[in-house]
Design a protein around this ligand. Structure first.
Ligand code: R5P
Length: 294
């Protein structure tokens, strides 16, 4: 197998290829003066199984297009099959029609990959795993929750309560709680689709005098975590931490989380950013081994 280092995930691809003990295909990448992307594989891929690692964090549209171009380049030049490894899958949050006349963005992305000839997709904690089943493409959703929980356990937080800011994230907190061993809790959260206003109520879990780690798939504006942290502190939590797989947070929003009383915010390198403390390289390597070579 060859690992292609997509322009958005060069370091992650290097780490993954090293763990797999397979060759890395570098990509010549440049931007044309009008903003369009140019990519070229730096070596032959004929007859090879190719795994393209390209996360689609902002600028999502450019990163997606670069992925599409790399799939075309690989298959056009003889790769025997292509696996798209997209640690952060853009457009996954629009996984249904919320308001009349909207598209379902995640389906558009998956159908495009299928159309281009991708054999399978590996992603990490996609927002809606159910959406992956609606398109005829082999999709595997890997979870980085154990890696995040192990990070906190290594920082002396074994025994902390794993908490989810909403019911949907409860399954993520549950995974983390298996490693942390300090119990589980979650909020019932509601978001107004038009105004975006978020409200939430603690639905399950005891936090008085306890250290609590909030787990979610994404932090973007930080509004969800901020609200949950405030409620946990009001309910008597002694310390609150936050972890997410994909951090889309600006430094300003990060500062607001610290001001709200969150002691530390940690994310993975699906999106390489200032909170990335946990690498998903081992997760991708294991996934590629399992699904390609198994
Ligand atoms: C929503 O369902 C997601 O799981 C996250 O809770 C949400 O995307 C976080 O967004 P924000 O940080 O803007 O509140």
């Amino acid at each position: 197998m060859l690992v292609v280092a997509g322009p958005s995930s060069v370091t992650l691809a290097e780490k993954t290829a090293e763990l797999l003990g397979c060759s890395l295909v570098k990509v010549d990448f440049k931007r044309f003066p009008d903003g369009e992307s140019y990519v070229r594989l730096a070596r032959e891929v004929k007859g090879e199984k190719v795994a393209i690692i390209q996360s689609t964090y902002p600028p999502q549209d450019s990163h997606l297009l670069q992925l599409f171009l790399l799939v075309d380049a690989s298959l056009r030049h003889g790769a025997s099959e292509v696996t798209a490894v997209v640690p952060y899958l853009a457009y996954a949050r629009q996984d249904k029609v919320f308001l009349p006349y909207e598209p379902v963005s995640v389906e558009v992305v998956l159908k495009t990959l299928k159309c281009l000839g991708v054999k399978r997709l590996l992603t990490v904690n996609v927002h809606s795993p159910e959406a992956l089943k609606r398109v005829e493409l082999e999709c595997f959703d890997l979870s980085a929750l154990s890696l995040l929980a192990e990070f906190f356990a290594g920082e002396g937080l074994k025994g902390a309560v794993a908490f989810a800011p909403d019911r949907k994230a409860a399954r993520l907190a549950e995974e983390a709680s298996r490693i942390l061993g300090g119990g589980l809790g979650w909020f019932a959260k509601q978001r107004d689709r038009v105004t975006g206003e978020v409200t939430s109520e603690l639905e399950q879990g005891e936090v008085e005098g306890r250290k609590v780690i909030l787990f979610d798939d994404i932090i973007s504006s930080g509004g969800t975590m901020k609200l949950a942290a405030r409620k946990l502190l009001e309910a008597g939590a002694s310390e609150v931490y936050a972890a997410c797989v994909h951090s889309l947070m600006s430094e300003e929003n990060y500062r607001r989380l610290l001001e709200a009383g969150i002691r530390r915010v940690v994310s993975t390198d699906t999106i390489p950013t200032f909170t990335s403390r946990v690498s998903v390289a081992s997760l991708l390597a294991d996934g590629l081994r399992k699904f390609l070579e198994g």
